[in-house]
Design a protein around this ligand. Structure first.
Ligand code: G4P
Length: 534
């Protein structure tokens, strides 16, 4: 095993070898391609092309619905585990579409690091920036992969400058590209002083790397034509002088990102990046919880639910709760305490996701992600322990940005609709509010596409056609405060009051002015745009 600062010597080796991370990127930068190459080199798939659906079609709405219908695909893609050298990588998928940013946020609570993929021609794009900000909130270490170097791309210094300035993070080159576009030969591996050449013949193969003794080594000239060699030597010298040196501690603290250049489609630069994740990526981290933190090396098992996916098999109405193991060594069949209900749960059929298959998980260590099939007991934010009343914190629910009223096409089916909506609320797919006045429900989401997905899922999974209409409200806030103060507030503002799926009181309005007024007139209550999931 590599001796790095990320490997705490006090950790059991099984935990120390785990790397749990997500990939963040703007659509089209190459996340799917890179994921596939990770799986290929991790031995989880035999051939590239097994994971991805076809190009553009995949991103159209109809195809998105199809994917939702075919729950198998999106589920196996939610968390994938594979071995790479001495390491176990757990790659957690973040939904790419910006409409699902809340889900993405919660997914990022389950990882210890992120790989940021950018397109060498486009640099830092809007979605990259948003996701980066989320990572920053949690001080997640970030490793950067600059993709598509086989195409015309921007000047290397420009790309690095843009990341430094745009994202306010130190950037240190782990490799340096040689030529661009059709002239792209490969990279000089700055960390290991060797030449990595790209194999253009076989996209699934990695060309041999050539060990050299520094930039003066005559062997370089045997592989790199003079005009590219001069440029390379000059640039690498400049980079070494001007750019910060790799500081592993600073990477772990999220202040510095090493950048690798490559071409995922040509399998180039991917192994170097994987070595980088192994070497500089963090081991499973301490988890914040109440009343105390959870350390990965603790003997007792603890874990928390960060995602719930329902109706994976519509015939059985089952749900899978995705659990990030926070500590200990879990074994199948263990009896864990579901802290919220204080009830024991025997975990007899946990699953792990290995590429496109799901398998029974016989065991799992801190850092791993397992799926627990259940009938609705497990919700986002729930903690499972071996008995201690711990509650993992930091998994928020955000106030929705779009509200619509929702009615069943058939008024006789209102009860069915309630059941369906509550289930989606528990899954985290939408916020559902039941107004204290009138009938029907108010559904809140972050992006408009979610309404469409929700409508089609309710129809598909419950056989219930539904209608979404514009709502008189545009904002929702959770009402917090002492019981008496909240009751007084509720009684005086009935027209604006609703409850969410947990029964918590929510204030609905269309005016920021209203919110300001409440804050002024009711100093004992707080209107909050977030709520801790519990
Ligand atoms: P995403 O998941 O981030 O959205 O990106 P994805 O991997 O789907 O890649 C987006 C497009 O970029 C795909 O082309 C893919 O083949 C291409 N691509 C990925 N990596 C590289 C690379 O290193 N070099 C080059 N030149 N292209 C790359 P597409 O035309 O949308 O799909 P397809 O027809 O190739 O399947």
């Amino acid at each position: 095993m590599l001796d790095t600062p990320a490997n705490r010597p006090d950790l059991p080796p099984e935990i120390a070898r785990r790397r749990t991370f997500a990939i963040i990127s703007h659509p089209d930068a190459g996340k799917t391609t890179l994921t596939e190459k990770f799986l290929l080199f991790g031995g989880a798939i035999q051939m590239a092309g097994q994971v991805r659906a076809k190009g553009e079609a995949r991103r159209t709405r109809s195809d998105f619905m199809q994917m939702e219908k075919d729950r198998g695909i999106s589920v196996s893609a939610s968390a994938m585990s594979f071995d790479y050298s001495d390491f176990r990588f757990n790659l957690v998928d973040t939904p790419g579409h910006s409409d699902f940013s809340e889900d993405t946020y919660r997914t990022l609570t389950a990882v210890d690091a992120a790989v940021m993929v950018i397109d060498g021609a486009k640099g830092v794009e809007s979605q990259t920036r948003k996701l980066f900000e989320v990572c920053r909130l949690r001080d997640l270490p970030i490793l950067t992969f600059c993709n598509k170097m086989d195409r015309e791309s921007r000047d290397t210094f420009d790309i690095i400058d843009e990341i430094q300035e745009n994202l306010a993070i130190d950037v240190t080159p782990a490799s340096w590209p040689i030529g661009v576009g059709s002239e792209f030969l490969g990279c000089y591996d700055i960390l290991r002083d060797r030449l990595e050449l790209m194999d253009r013949k076989d996209r699934n193969k990695v060309a041999e790397s050539i060990r050299i003794a520094g930039l003066e080594d005559p062997k370089l000239a045997e592989h790199v034509p003079p005009h590219l060699l001069d440029k390379l030597v000059e640039e690498v010298e400049m980079a070494r002088e001007l750019l910060p040196k790799l500081d592993p501690q600073s990477v772990l603290e999220g202040h510095m990102t090493p950048i690798w250049f490559g071409s995922a489609i040509n399998s180039f630069g991917v192994k170097e990046l994987m070595d980088g994740i192994a070497t500089y990526g963090p081991v499973p981290q301490v988890q914040s919880a109440e009343p105390r933190q959870i350390a990965p090396e603790e003997k007792k098992v603890a874990g928390f639910v960060f995602k719930v996916q329902a109706n994976m098999d519509p015939k059985h109405r089952d749900r899978v709760a995705f659990v990030r193991m926070a500590s200990g060594h879990f074994e199948r069949g263990m009896k864990l305490t579901h802290v919220r209900s204080k009830k024991p749960m025997t975990i007899s059929n946990p699953v792990m996701f290995l590429a496109s298959d799901r398998e029974l998980a016989e065991e799992a260590w801190a850092g791993d992600i397992i799926g627990i099939p259940n009938h609705g007991q497990l919700r986002i934010g729930d903690t499972l322990t071996e008995g201690e009343a711990l509650r993992v914190t930091g998994i928020p629910s955000f106030a929705p940005e779009l509200l619509q009223s929702c009615r069943a096409g058939d008024p006789m089916k209102a009860k069915h609709l309630e059941k369906a909506l509550m289930q989606f609320a528990e899954e985290g797919a939408a916020k559902v509010f039941k107004p204290s006045f009138g009938s029907g429900f108010i559904v809140g989401v972050v992006g408009p596409l979610q309404f469409e997905v929700l409508g089609s899922r309710i129809e598909m999974e419950y056989g219930l056609p539904v209608r979404f209409d514009s709502s008189q409200f545009t904002s929702a806030r959770w009402v917090k405060g002492e019981r008496q103060a909240v009751d007084k507030f509720v009684n005086a503002n009935k027209q604006h009051i609703a409850t969410d799926h947990d029964g918590d009181v929510v204030y609905l309005t269309r005016l920021q002015w209203d919110i300001d007024r409440v804050e002024r007139d009711y100093p004992d209550v707080t209107l909050s745009a977030t709520k801790e999931m519990m």
